[in-house]
Design a protein around this ligand. Structure first.
Ligand SMILES: [Zn+2]
Length: 407
């Protein structure tokens, strides 16, 4: 054996392995969690003859879409909330995504309506549309009603009643921190559903889906089509139909992902982005929305920082402080910055390297709401945030707690 020849070669391969290992750890992992709706004892929506179940279509499309994404992008990690026909609680689905620190959450469903004529694909992001159609609310009610199959759902979801319109008011209070990205992803996929899978375009909408509310990343919910419509049921249940739908999701993801990478590359390292979240979301929604959606006011629900299900320590509301968040900045702003628009009681908190600016400081929810409306004249999508002992807490929880003590 010729060691003189072998040694440098071995050394080279060792170095190569080391290099790959280092660059792998250096590269940020991109994680997509794909959520096949329903499962196990929960069939989801069913065809008229009850032979075709939403849970089966959702699972097949979820697994195939994930496979396609992975084939095209081996560097992307795809995770599933379920891979088999099992029942998974709604809060558990969100927990899986949050725990995986997912970059995207894609929940896959089929629609159903009493009128057998309804058809078409649509993608939802969390929120509440002004003048929302009954159809939006119906979709949310139907998907949220799965929690009724969970033990202790009343405690888990803090009294949320999927069938009561009042329960949906929580989605009107606040603004999702991931609205812009969620809308972008939703539009990329909706476009593909209409081209690749040739579905009738029902558009991108906002509604109060609990599963989207509990995730802490850009999140969308896809309604592939109406299982209650005979023709669409046939498509959804066919191998060809499922393949086209899976491709639509993978292609839509691909377009979103490419744009994201492009944005990252073109962004200079010392970028002084100090765009208000409110302005950014509004611009994005208007620039990319379809014409009939362009004017829809984004009155958006809060992205829960913690899961809905997280147990709050028993405390009184007396120490909950409400503020109005109106601006984020990658750099700390001087107190006299013109971007603070002369607002009073301005303070900021830091989260993941971003400075989040708030104004107001009150333990009175009504006063906080009035202030939000006032600030919204300048910062259209200003939203409420809540703090306890100076630490940001879930706004929905804070409001629920407040309301329990101020009936
Ligand atoms: Zn569903």
């Amino acid at each position: 054996m010729n060691f003189n020849k072998l040694l440098p070669r071995r050394l080279f391969s060792l170095l190569a392995v080391l290099f790959v290992a280092i660059s792998l750890t250096a590269a940020e992992e991109f994680v997509v969690v794909i959520d096949a709706g329903h499962g196990g004892k929960d069939p989801g929506a069913q065809s008229a003859n009850r032979k075709v179940n939403e849970k089966d279509i959702a699972l097949k499309v979820a697994l195939r879409a994930g496979e396609l994404i992975r084939n095209a992008h081996p560097e992307v990690t795809v995770k599933y909330t379920r891979r088999t026909d099992v029942f998974v609680e709604l809060k558990e689905r969100a927990r899986i995504a949050n725990k995986a620190k997912a970059d995207l959450f894609i929940s896959i469903h089929c629609n159903a309506a009493e009128g057998r004529k309804a058809h078409g694909a649509e993608v939802f992001v969390l929120g509440s549309e002004e003048g929302r159609t009954q159809a939006n609310l119906n979709a949310a009610k139907r998907e949220n009603s799965v929690i009724l199959l969970e033990k202790d759902y009343k405690e888990s979801y803090q009294g949320f009643d999927p069938s009561s319109p009042e329960s949906y008011i929580i989605f009107e209070y606040m603004q999702s921190e991931y609205l812009k990205e969620s809308i972008e992803l939703a539009q990329c996929i909706q476009k593909q559903l209409c081209t690749t899978a040739k579905r009738y375009d029902r558009g991108v909408h906002q509604a109060g889906f609990l599963v989207l509310h509990a995730t802490t990343m850009p999140s969308i919910l896809i309604e592939l089509g109406f299982i209650s419509n005979a023709e669409e049921e046939k498509f959804l249940n066919s191998a060809d139909g499922k393949e086209k739908l899976s491709k639509s999701i993978a292609n839509g993801f691909e377009n979103y992902y490419k744009n994201l990478k492009k944005d990252k590359q073109s962004a200079p390292q010392t970028k002084q982005t100090s765009v208000s979240t409110a302005q950014a979301s509004a611009v994005s929604a208007q620039a990319t929305a379809q014409p009939e959606q362009a004017n829809k006011k984004i009155d958006q629900a809060n992205k829960s920082q913690n899961q809905l299900t997280e147990e709050n320590e028993k405390k009184t509301t007396s120490d909950i402080v409400f503020k109005v968040q109106f601006l984020t900045s990658s750099t700390k702003l001087p107190a006299n910055s013109p971007r603070l628009k002369g607002l009073t009681d301005v303070s900021y908190y830091e989260e993941k390297g971003t400075y989040k600016y708030t104004c107001g400081n009150t333990t009175d929810l009504d006063k906080a709401q009035q202030l939000r409306k006032k600030v919204a004249a300048t910062y259209k999508d200003a939203f409420l945030v809540a703090f306890r002992d100076g630490v940001r807490i879930n706004t929905t929880d804070a409001i629920n707690e407040y309301k329990a003590l101020h009936p």
